[in-house]
Ligand binder design. Structure first.
Ligand code: NAP
Length: 313
């Protein structure tokens, strides 16, 4: 069936991580000519990881930035258009949906929100410039590289305790938390406390991440907030697990979000607004993997295709 283009865009995909790029591949192959807006973190979280060893199809592993770039090239091959741009405001009250992209309004018949969730960082000196050189926000992605080395995890929620537990597969772990009590659930606390490979360093904040002469993480400057004592602790893998922030700001008051700002799914890839679909970490706070985000992108694009077809496009 020939497609008619009633609006400027059939589908706009927000985000160019695994979710957005996979949605783009599927939508492009369905001749929908998707427009992908790449946002503030083009390539998403994979673009800041190093080697990805758990994405099926790459027995030797693949570099994260390369994997996500390959997805983009694959989508472009079928006619997807990628543009730099961030949605600063959205009007989803009627169709076509209207998006303010850095000051310019565009219209679209359907929307896939694949804006992801950005890791919350400590904001201390050394942290940002050492991402990928010892600093990480993803134990599943990067833990393997620190087998037998010194690992530190920062945070006191479920993520931190889960990551600390996971990382003990590779080495001993020092868990640094700013308080005496944990925010994490009791079961996670019990599990972590029962793990002899985890050392708890409480009432302690990290003031700086320090590199050695080759530019990789060598130590973390810790300050005990009770005693005031400052200590440089040797570390190779520095994992920050203090939560994620879903990128849903332009949709507040329009899309149904949970108390932390994640999109609440209405089943499949559907949101509460007909014609707006979700994909990836912006909705998924459980799995947060490249492969699950890709799967969600695929689902969203298939739903877009069926939705437009049902409308007679
Ligand atoms: P979270 O529950 O918000 O915990 C964040 C932790 O990081 C808190 O302990 C907090 O300290 C600490 N923190 C925040 N900002 C900090 C800073 N600037 N400096 C030092 N520490 C800082 O986040 P999460 O652990 O990612 O969990 C998010 C949600 O996912 C939760 O609902 C959690 O239950 C869920 N989750 C569940 C599982 C599971 O059940 N398997 C696994 C992971 C996540 P304070 O406590 O002092 O505020």
């Amino acid at each position: 069936m020939a497609l008619t283009f009633l609006y400027m865009h059939n589908v706009v995909i927000l985000g160019s991580g695994c979710a957005g790029n996979t949605a783009a591949i599927y939508a492009a192959r369905a001749s929908l000519k998707p427009l992908v807006l790449m946002g503030r973190e083009p390539g998403g979280q994979l673009s800041i990881t190093s080697e990805v060893e758990n994405f099926p199809g790459f027995p030797e592993g693949v570099m994260g930035p390369q994997l996500v770039e390959n997805m983009k090239l694959q989508a472009e091959r079928f006619g997807a258009e990628f543009r730099h741009g961030t949605v600063v405001e959205a009007d989803l009250s009627k169709r076509p949906f209207r998006l303010n992209v850095d000051g310019d309004w565009i219209e679209t018949a359907t929307l896939v929100v694949a804006t992801g969730a950005s890791a919350r960082w400590l904001g201390i000196p050394g942290e940002q410039k050492l991402i990928g050189k010892g600093v990480s926000s993803c134990a599943t992605c990067d833990g393997f590289f620190y087998r037998g080395l010194k690992i530190m995890v920062v945070g006191g929620g479920d993520s931190a305790l889960e990551e600390a537990n996971f990382l003990t597969r590779f080495s001993n772990v020092m868990l640094v938390h700013r308080r005496e009590e944990f925010r994490a659930s009791k079961i996670m606390i019990d599990r972590a406390k029962a793990n002899p490979k985890i050392e708890f360093v409480l009432n302690t904040v990290v003031e700086e991440v320090l590199a050695n002469e080759t530019g990789v993480v060598a130590s973390a400057r810790l300050r005990n907030i009770v005693t005031g004592e400052i200590k440089d602790q040797e570390v190779d893998g520095f994992f920050v697990a203090i939560g994620h922030i879903p990128n849903t700001k332009p949709f507040v008051g329009q899309l149904t979000l949970d108390e932390d700002g994640y999109i609440v799914s209405q089943g499949g890839a559907r949101t509460n607004i007909t014609g707006v679909f979700h994909a990836g970490d912006v909705q998924d706070r459980t799995y947060r993997q490249a492969i699950t985000a890709s799967g969600a992108g695929c689902m969203a694009a298939i739903e877009v295709e069926r939705f437009l077809e049902a409308e007679g496009h």
